[in-house]
Design a protein around this ligand. Structure first.
Ligand SMILES: Cc1cc2nc3c(=O)[nH]c(=O)nc-3n(C[C@H](O)[C@H](O)[C@H](O)COP(=O)(O)O)c2cc1C
Length: 304
């Protein structure tokens, strides 16, 4: 049974990955998860210089979801290279590093530096964090031209797998996806969180120090499945689907909608070990449905 996923020059042994920002820099989860069961890990987004993130409170649980306004707190490029990459040397699955450079030059510089690091197997471009203002207050992923410019700038600097991570907050995901594909992206990751807000009615103050945050978890899953399905009809490169995945059935929904791989994010905080059963459970489903290759399943939704 073949469940391998090819993303540019990178081969994932199975379609299960973890979503950036929910798995630290990888090593922190060493004792909690058998990384040998994962198709790849994606590390917390790093920026050219360290960021302390947004003021607290930065997490608020909602019905069926989680609001976060972390604000890309991270150790910055240089500390990532000296402190976080070495422990990943013997990691049993591919390592994809998420980066955010604000401008195309910033993304290109991060890429140039990380391209020389052996253990960095691919790059995910975070073009879609709702918790920080850049690109004139909007998100890069809301502007097809800006997406194309950043992806092209990165593509010039590396042959490693390049993944463009997009936002659900657009009216036409196809146009954004096509811009990323045309500029040389090897895959698209979808969706980042949805900008949202919660209020304490007694104090009449927002629940988050940053006022707004990004909503993740089961509440956003149908939105994410719809976007993956729309994007699948517009691009030929693989899609890594995410948004509220906790079980094999959730993962299958994304794959049948058009995702070649999937990522688990918020559910890692609930039960990190449970997600490692997903690849075997996908194989059981394929056996039951007499499929030999996961590609038979990708985008196989019957809409007629
Ligand atoms: C606490 C938290 C931190 C996150 N940090 C990042 C990040 O640094 N970079 C990024 O691209 N996405 C980040 N995300 C978004 C996730 O990678 C993912 O796209 C989103 O949460 C949807 O998946 P989920 O519902 O399974 O969590 C973060 C999400 C959460 C909950």
């Amino acid at each position: 049974m073949n469940v391998q996923v090819t993303i540019g020059s990178l081969i994932l042994p199975n379609p299960l990955t973890v979503a950036s920002g929910t798995f630290g820099y990888g090593v922190e989860y060493g004792g909690l998860i058998n990384a040998g069961t994962l198709g790849a890990i994606v590390t917390k987004t790093i920026t050219p210089v360290p960021r302390t993130g947004n003021r607290p409170s930065r997490l608020w649980e909602t019905p069926s979801g989680l609001l976060n306004s972390i604000g890309l707190e991270n150790v910055g490029l240089e500390r990532f290279i000296t402190e976080k990459i070495p422990p990943l040397e013997s990691y049993p699955c591919p390592v994809i590093v998420s980066i955010m450079g604000e401008t195309e030059e910033g993304f290109a510089r991060l890429t140039e530096r990380l391209d020389g690091c052996g253990r960095v197997d691919g790059l995910e471009l975070n073009l879609s964090c709702p918790n920080i203002a850049y690109h004139g207050g909007g998100l890069i992923a809301q502007d097809p031209e800006a997406v194309g410019a950043v992806v092209a700038a990165v593509r010039k600097k590396t042959k490693k797998a390049v993944i463009a991570k997009l936002t659900p907050e657009v009216s036409d995901i196809s146009a954004i996806g096509r811009a990323a594909e045309a500029a040389g992206a090897d895959a698209i990751a979808l969706i980042n969180t949805i900008k949202a807000m919660a209020i304490d009615v007694e104090t009449r103050r927002p629940r988050l120090g940053n006022v707004t945050g990004g909503l993740s978890g089961p509440a956003i899953r149908p939105v994410a499945v719809r976007l993956v399905w729309e994007l699948f009809q517009a691009v030929r490169i693989p899609i890594i689907g995410m948004g509220g995945i906790a079980t094999c059935e959730d993962a299958l929904e994304f794959i049948i909608a058009g995702a070649s791989a999937i990522a688990v994010g918020t559910y890692i905080f609930v039960d990190p070990q449970a997600v490692t059963a997903i690849p075997d459970d996908i194989c059981d489903y394929m056996k039951k449905h007499r499929m030999k290759d996961i590609r038979e399943l990708v985008g196989s939704v019957q809409v007629q």
